[in-house]
Design a protein around this ligand. Structure first.
Ligand code: SLL
Length: 250
């Protein structure tokens, strides 16, 4: 018989666990509409809650860290125009796939592992079907996927002992992980990832490298845009000098 979960709260301890949530949507190809979709529907979309993506070096595919040891189930509340608008997803992947015609706010409710004795928490996601950033016309004409994804962290303040073991042990809590090399409890995430889907300092480092690269890329893009703007302003000034100022008609 399992030992009763300890409900003693661990004073002064806070544990953060990262995750991402959001949506992906793709317009139907008018030549090849899904047969089961109602005639007024225009897009296929998916809303999801996942662990942090980890790119695996051996393949192009990306897995995500396991969050199912602390996240027991997720409820997605869709717009009332949907049949059975409340969708409870009891196991990973925590996602709902649908077709539709309109954008709306989705309430996402997190139910934590029962050991936690934590109340459910809710957040909102605005489903995006239409491109809203970058080259909008190009994305429309290419019928590109529209993604809207946010990073978040859930903070467990003073978790009880049983939940602490679950949080720090990942999916292998029963095998006694979640303790430091000296066998003492630790709220730290592990240094290296043992196995797939485990968030670690190593993975965090890789994510920071990826973010650093992305920042560099954006900085280069901004610098190029600035250069282009200066050149255009110069050209405009030259035109104004030779042709006179443009007077806007009302
Ligand atoms: C809008 N306020 O006007 C929003 C409402 C509703 C979205 C969006 C289809 C549901 C169904 C659907 O896309 N609802 O017919 O099953 O944009």
């Amino acid at each position: 018989m399992p030992a009763p979960a300890s409900s003693k709260r661990l004073r002064g301890i806070q544990i953060h666990r990262p995750f991402i949530f959001g949506s992906e949507a793709i317009p139907f190809d008018p030549q090849n509409r899904p047969k089961d979709a109602p005639p007024d529907h225009t897009h296929r979309w998916r809303v999801f809650v996942r662990g942090i993506p980890m790119s695996s070096p051996s393949s192009q595919s990306s897995t995500s860290t396991d969050i199912s040891h602390w996240l027991r189930k997720v409820q997605f509340k869709l717009h009332d125009t949907y049949a059975n608008s409340v969708r409870m997803i009891e196991s990973p992947p925590f996602e709902v796939e649908e077709t539709g015609w309109g954008e709306f706010e989705i309430a996402i409710k997190f139910y934590f592992a029962p050991e936690s004795q934590e109340k459910p928490q809710q957040l909102w996601h605005a489903l995006k079907l239409h491109p809203y950033t970058g080259d909008i016309e190009k994305q429309k004409s290419e019928r590109s996927m529209v993604k809207s994804v946010c990073y978040e962290e859930v903070v467990f303040s003073e978790p009880n002992e049983a939940f602490y073991d679950v949080l720090t042990g990942g999916s292998g809590a029963k095998s006694g992980k979640g303790r430091g090399s000296n066998g003492v409890r630790t709220a730290e995430i592990p240094r290296k990832s043992e196995g797939v889907g485990v968030w670690s300092h190593e993975e965090e480092g890789k994510e920071l490298d990826r973010l650093g690269e992305a920042v560099k890329k954006v900085e280069t893009m901004i610098a190029n845009e600035k250069k282009e703007l200066v050149a255009m302003e110069k050209e405009l000034a030259e035109l104004e000098r030779t042709e006179g100022k443009v007077i806007k008609k009302r």
